[in-house]
Design a protein. Structure first.
Length: 329
């Protein structure tokens, strides 16, 4: 397989191909989970939160909505009285926006108008507290929502992972590909997709057995995961012996360097493959495709081109990368 220079400087930040595990349900509240306080004069409300928290503050509804979209906190504490709009309107906007709809909200209502708290529940709030605030009540209700938020995140992350390999699953890859392609249309950038298939892996399974085949699959997945360089890049298990890599906002030449870095890392492991006619070690064939700037669609076309290039790599003898514009393509 051809060698290549390491990824360029733009591709050298820390790798992230699968979600970072969330704190377990029951973890001590206040251990870094971010809370957004939307209140005109937030110091008094902050003082009632109890254990130390990572607190963001906004003094108006508009600022609070923008901070919620930007930071996606684990909890919002929302006051009724704001200078530009009511807390009810902020809550309504939070719940109709897909980016913020799942963030739990604790509404702050006046004890003299307890019906405001009930109304907030009808609008989607997770809970409410009444003024004058009682620190033990506020701290307990905040702790409950933070534990639930951590649990929801953990469940969501598990639903995005392939249990056998630890990288993302096909469903998460498809969702992220569609999202990145929509974003690339707006920003006039490019998205690359690589389809990676282990050569003669069925023969490997037959010769070496299920246990070693499963271990090798995990090793290949983790090598792929650590070979991609930016938080936005994503490695996923696409099928039984096939992986997919999403490389957004990257020119084709740099996307190829990312793929080649993985191929070189895998070759360096020298994993024996006694049943392969390609090489005496585990190898892969790769199809790589990149969208045109502003290309329509949600990723189907670029994924299909990557699949076609993979088939061409297999026909050309395996153990190689075929990309848009290659002679083999």
């Amino acid at each position: 397989m051809q060698t290549s220079t390491p990824p360029s400087a733009e591709d050298t930040s820390a790798a992230t191909s699968a979600p970072t595990p969330a704190p377990a349900d029951g973890a001590a509240p206040g251990s870094g989970q971010p809370i957004l306080v939307i209140a005109d004069g937030s110091d008094a409300l902050q003082a009632q939160l109890g254990a130390p928290h990572s607190v963001l503050t906004a003094a108006s509804g508009a600022d609070g909505l923008e901070m919620a979209r930007q930071h996606h906190p684990d909890l919002v504490m929302l006051d009724l009285m704001l200078p530009d709009m009511t807390g009810f309107e902020v809550l309504r906007r939070l719940k109709v926006d897909a980016r913020t709809a799942e963030i739990p909200v604790i509404f702050v209502a006046s004890q003299a108008f307890a019906s405001d708290g009930v109304r907030s529940l009808a609008l989607g709030a997770a809970d409410f507290v009444t003024t004058p605030l009682q620190a033990p009540v506020v701290a307990a209700r905040v702790a409950t929502q933070l534990r639930l938020s951590a649990y929801r995140r953990e469940v969501e992350e598990l639903s995005q992972q392939d249990a056998a390999t630890g990288v993302a699953n096909r469903r998460h890859f498809d969702r992220m590909l569609a999202m990145e392609c929509r974003r690339s249309q707006r920003s006039q950038t490019q998205v690359s997709v690589a389809m990676v298939e282990l050569d003669a892996f069925g023969a490997y399974h037959d010769r070496h057995g299920q246990a070693l085949a499963a271990e090798t699959l995990r090793t290949v997945a983790q090598t792929l995961r650590t070979s991609i360089r930016r938080p936005a890049d994503l490695a996923a298990r696409y099928a039984d012996d096939r992986f997919a890599v999403l490389i957004p906002d990257t020119r084709p030449g740099n996307a190829r360097k990312v793929v080649q870095a993985f191929c070189d890392a895998l070759a360096a492991l020298q994993i024996p493959h006694a049943a392969s006619a390609v090489a005496p070690r585990v190898t892969v064939s790769v199809g790589l495709a990149t969208t045109e700037v502003g290309e329509d669609g949600e990723g189907e076309a670029v994924a299909q081109r990557a699949e076609a290039h993979l088939q061409q790599a297999r026909k050309a003898g395996h153990n190689q990368v075929v990309a848009d514009g290659d002679a083999a393509a």
